[in-house]
Design a protein around this ligand. Structure first.
Ligand code: FAD
Ligand code: NAD
Length: 453
């Protein structure tokens, strides 16, 4: 078996791993990246990018078929037709273009990229099982960035035909007439609303008592209203029991069973960390439940073994993985860095979108005592009215004693930061911004403008 030596070995080429690799390469660190599937990971191939493409297509189609909204601005159109296979081909072309870009950035940074499954030998080496044969790689620093995969549900095992994970749902070439969605979290609500706009009759089944339980209720009410307007049925406090002959059996909150017509079922009840099947157990790592435990520098319990992204737990967001990846590369390169968990922004790409950073007003109160909360509705905002997008509001929570902002929830893809009132270009270059967003271009520009490597 041939043996390679390097300073930094990264396992997993998703947003965490490829950003870590590019940054390490830029800093002149000898870096090897091993990826089992395609560089870009879940986010690029089966997550953020494909889902945002489908959501955009659904919004565009719906805007042309919403007679009330069209009439209000004096437009009358004949019904458009949708070639969904073409929509999927358009989405795939975007993904392919971005994947080429990731490859080019890795090459430009001098990263040695290997395709194949990695198996960990110990904290200083791994084997890459590539098509061309096995290759042993010895390193000084090992970065685990193996990400996550859809969590299965015993009663509804994925079959890729009727019972779909988000991966298969994003590859459908025909809009199903009826779609049941199990789980009203990020994926369930984003894709459920998109498929409803594309013409599917959607029913959402959620175990808890409201949709999007990860956000406080005030933030989710406009989404619940819009979801009802789109004709989406919602069964809350419910349990999916099984699927047969085009129907999903559901036990409601009162225990009564109902049957939901469903040509397809999207199961979106969370994602689980990828921690098995590649020798992770050979390391003496402390776990945090199903995730690899890390400190605020993404250091694990073993010296010079680092972990970033979804494998380290919630929030499972691409921009968090990217920010962690960049930070670990810079720490290995000799910089003093730490990750600020208080300021990870999030966007839920529903209609309306929820954009949030920091604490909910209740959590802010519990942590900091008296807080000031300001709320302003979009229906009183001229720009929102002229965009026919006046559902929702902006909410800001600040400490009463010193007015430090603890939370903000504007409803547009912004780049909020919860605790700093002004930011210099060098801070813009480092902060965690939401993904996918046009503002991700700010990071490399800001870095260049401040001449950071
Ligand atoms: P991953 O992207 O999972 O990448 C891990 C990589 O490691 C994979 O490519 C895998 O093949 C590779 N790998 C695993 N094991 C091995 C091994 N042994 N050897 C070699 N390679 C290995 N986040 C957002 O911020 N915004 C969004 O809008 C958004 N939308 C999403 C929509 C959907 C439908 C989904 C499913 C997710 C979405 N996410 C979104 C979440 C985002 O995709 C993840 O948080 C992000 O991809 C995590 O990055 P990662 O690098 O930790 O892991
Ligand atoms: P999620 O954690 O957002 O939502 C899962 C939902 O399923 C929850 O509401 C939960 O109560 C419900 N649930 C759990 N078990 C259930 C059951 N047996 N029956 C019915 N409902 C059940 O998970 P997700 O939507 O699968 O998304 C996975 C991850 O991907 C998220 O953690 C998120 O971080 C990431 N993601 C992010 C974005 C974004 O940033 N816009 C978009 C999509 C996905």
């Amino acid at each position: 078996m041939t043996e390679l030596r390097c300073k930094v070995l990264i396992i997993g080429g998703g947003p965490g791993g490829y950003v870590a690799a590019i940054r390490a390469g830029e800093l002149g660190l000898d870096t090897v990246l091993i990826e089992d599937g395609r560089f870009g990971g879940a986010c690029l191939h089966v997550g953020c990018i494909p889902s945002k493409a489908i959501i955009h297509a659904a919004d565009a189609a719906h805007a042309l078929t919403d007679p009330l909204a069209l009439n209000a601005i004096g437009l009358t159109l004949t019904a458009p037709t949708l070639d969904f296979a073409k929509t999927i081909a358009w989405k795939d072309a975007i993904v392919a273009r971005l994947a080429t870009g990731v490859g080019a950035l890795l090459k430009k940074a001098g990263v040695r990229s290997l395709r194949g499954r990695a198996t960990i030998v110990d904290g200083k080496s791994a084997i890459a099982h590539a098509d061309t044969g096995d290759q042993k790689i010895a390193c000084e620093h090992l970065v685990i960035a193996t990400g996550s995969e859809p969590a299965p549900l015993e009663a509804l095992p994925f079959d890729g035909v009727d019972l779909l994970s988000s991966t298969e749902a994003l590859a459908l070439t025909k809009v199903p007439e009826t779609l049941a969605v199990v789980g009203a979290g990020y994926i369930g609500m984003e894709l459920g609303m998109a498929f409803a706009k594309l013409g599917a009759k959607v029913t959402i089944v959620e175990a808890l008592s409201r949709i999007l339980p990860l956000y406080d209720e005030e933030l989710t009410l406009p989404v619940a209203r819009r979801s009802a307007d789109l004709g989406i049925g919602t069964i809350l406090g419910a349990k999916a029991l099984g699927y047969a002959e085009g129907a999903l059996r559901v036990a409601g909150a009162d225990g009564a069973e109902t049957s939901v017509a469903a040509e397809k079922v999207l199961v979106a009840v969370g994602r689980r960390a990828r921690t098995s099947g590649f020798g992770l157990e050979r390391l003496d790592l402390t776990m945090a439940g199903p995730f690899v435990r890390i400190d605020d520098q993404c250091a694990t319990s073993m010296r010079n073994v680092w972990a970033i992204g979804d494998v380290t737990g919630e929030p499972m967001l691409a921009h968090r993985a990217m920010a962690q990846g960049e930070m670990v590369a810079e720490i290995i390169g000799g910089e003093k860095r730490a990750f600020d968990h208080r300021a990870i922004p999030a966007i839920c790409f529903t209609d309306p979108e929820i954009v949030a950073v920091g604490l909910s007003p209740e959590a802010a109160k519990a942590a900091h005592g008296e807080v000031l909360v300001g709320v302003f509705p979009f229906r009183a905002n001229g720009r929102a009215m002229t965009k026919q997008a006046d559902e929702g509001f902006v909410r800001v929570a600040a400490r009463a004693d010193n007015h430090v902002v603890l939370a903000s929830t504007p409803s547009a893809p912004a780049s909020p930061n919860s605790r700093r009132r002004s930011r210099s270009p060098s801070k813009w270059a480092r902060g965690s911004r939401t993904s996918p967003a046009r503002s991700t271009l700010i990071r490399p520009r800001a870095r260049r403008s401040t001449r950071r490597r």
